[in-house]
Design a binder for this molecule. Structure first.
Ligand code: NAD
Length: 489
């Protein structure tokens, strides 16, 4: 019976040099909404990474010498192919990650498609610099060239979305890549590999090696012929990657965690602010690096805000991710769910008040989902700024609401964490909005909105939230090496 069960599982293979290759050992991957193992992911190590880097190196001369227009056409073709299979990709992402099918259909997969289209277009529009020194008889100009084999490592929360945010600019610039998705969410990357040949991506340009961070990830980070690593994940892992890559002086782009504040002044339009802040707190189960987890509300509107915010949060339906009426799906793993719950318990032990969600309201799940990793959107009030709930990234459907009095005070408190990724500011006073935005230590500040992104502009964090920025120009600069050439006439 065990054999028959094993046979029914989805088994992934690495994609190296344009071919799917089996691996000698595998890791179990769970369906977070049922708690069942449903997929086996290659447990790659040094050997597999070595083969992938070799394939990427071999493919580099031809790929890097293609014109941007040729590469652009291939990226557009790949975007079309993913879009054509959007529903299959969305179903797979929802099953693998636990996110709702609605979120996968409207956010994850459309954005993965857009990532390829965006860089297919932006690669055509870069210009290099030129200066003249007539007195010296000289002209200087810069030229940019792809770096070589790029190592790309991505997390589990927005699997294909974040992986393609790296693959698209890397290959658009003429690099070849070895990508390692999270071992917990590998399926959509594997599905994308099935489309590469049809899109015209030559063998070896995109290689995907599946496995854990400790084995496959580190082998990539330590490989001497991978000069550049683009990583999205936790701050702790980034520290490890920085150490391990230091002997090779690698170029690093690090997109890390956050502890993002929302600052709500008493002149905010609450009819916009409340639904948006519920969304910014609980979208994708709160498993987005940009999610709000500290809400500062000006004293005069604090109790009204809290009442309306909790009422709105309670409207969010937690349930089977494949049900299109669900707003909140399952968390990524049993361990992660336990970790998120622990934060709620710690807050209670410290005297904070849990207003709704975990431990307060009943969680009704369909029979098939009883063993899934579900948790209700949880709102906590009266938490001290020093509390771990206000300092550490929880990365789940938990948000803390506290009161403040003055602008000066709230800026200091909002900046009083080690992270600096994203912030939101709500106020009708345009002067205040600008003043506060300028003083927040945050790579992104949204005022009177959330998650509105123009991919042209830099994305990334300050302080422990990261190093470097990605975006049209920033990704181009990261994924190319610049040279200054001087001509004397
Ligand atoms: P993680 O750091 O545990 O893992 C991320 C990736 O790194 C995975 O593929 C993992 O296998 C790999 N990895 C782990 N250890 C490694 C090592 N020693 N060497 C090389 N690779 C290694 O993060 P996670 O739990 O998958 O993702 C959640 C985190 O990601 C959160 O902190 C979240 O804020 C952050 N995140 C940041 C952004 C951003 O853009 N700033 C976006 C999404 C998620």
């Amino acid at each position: 019976a065990a054999m028959a069960h094993t046979k029914a599982l989805l088994v992934l293979e690495n994609f190296i040099g344009g071919k799917f290759v089996p691996c000698s050992s595998y890791i179990d991957s769970y369906n977070p909404s049922t708690g069942d193992v449903y997929c086996r992911v290659p447990d790659s190590g040094k050997e597999e990474v070595e083969a992938a880097v070799k394939a990427a190196k071999d493919a580099f001369p031809i790929w890097s010498s293609k014109s941007p227009l040729e590469r652009s056409q291939i990226l557009n073709k790949l975007a079309d192919l993913i879009e054509h299979d959007l529903e299959a990709f969305a179903q797979a992402e929802s099953k693998d990650q636990g996110k709702t099918i609605t979120f996968a259909r409207t956010v994850d997969i459309p954005r993965a498609v857009h990532n390829f289209r965006f860089f297919a277009s932006s690669i055509l529009h870069h210009v290099t610099e030129c200066t003249e020194m007539p007195a010296m008889g000289c002209v200087h100009y810069t030229s940019r060239a792809p770096v070589g084999v790029a190592g790309l490592i991505s997390p589990w929360n927005l699997p294909l979305y974040l992986l393609t945010w790296k693959i698209a600019p890397a290959i658009a610039c003429g690099n070849t890549v070895v990508a390692k998705p999270s071992e917990m969410t590998s399926v959509t990357a594997w599905m994308m590999c099935q489309l590469l040949e049809k899109a015209g991506v030559p063998p070896g340009v995109v290689n995907v090696v599946f496995g854990t961070g400790a084995k496959a990830g580190e082998a990539l980070v330590c490989h001497p012929e991978v000069p550049l690593i683009s990583f999205t994940g936790s701050t702790l892992t980034a520290q490890r990657i920085t150490e391990r890559s230091a002997p090779h002086c690698k170029r690093l782009s690090l997109e890390l965690g956050g502890k993002n504040p929302a600052i709500i002044f008493d002149d905010a339009d609450l009819s916009q602010c409340i639904p948006t802040t519920v969304r910014s707190s609980f979208a994708n189960q709160g498993e987005i690096c940009l999610c709000t987890s500290r809400i500062f509300v000006q004293r005069g509107i604090y109790s009204e805000f809290l009442k309306r915010f909790v009422a709105e949060a309670k409207k969010w339906k937690t349930g089977n991710p494949s049900d299109p009426t669900s707003d909140v799906g399952a968390l990524i793993s049993k361990e992660h769910l336990e970790k998120v719950r622990t934060y709620v318990k710690k807050a209670q032990a410290e005297g904070a008040r849990v207003l709704c969600g975990e431990g307060m309201d009943p969680l009704a799940l369909p029979p098939g989902n009883q063993k899934g990793y579900f948790m209700l959107p949880t709102v906590i009030a009266e938490v001290k700024d020093e509390s771990c709930c206000m300092q550490e990234e929880i990365f789940g459907p938990v948000t803390c609401v506290v009161a403040f009095d003055t602008e000066e005070e709230v800026i200091r408190r909002a900046n009083g964490v080690k992270y600096g990724l994203a912030a939101t500011v709500w106020s009708g006073n345009v002067g205040r909005v600008h003043r506060v935005a300028h003083r927040l230590q945050s790579g992104l500040v949204w005022t009177n909105c959330w998650l509105v992104r123009d991919l042209n502009l830099p994305f990334g964090g300050m302080k422990a939230s990261g190093i470097g920025r990605e975006g049209a120009k920033d990704s181009y600069e990261f994924f190319t090496e610049v040279k200054t050439i001087t001509i004397k006439h």
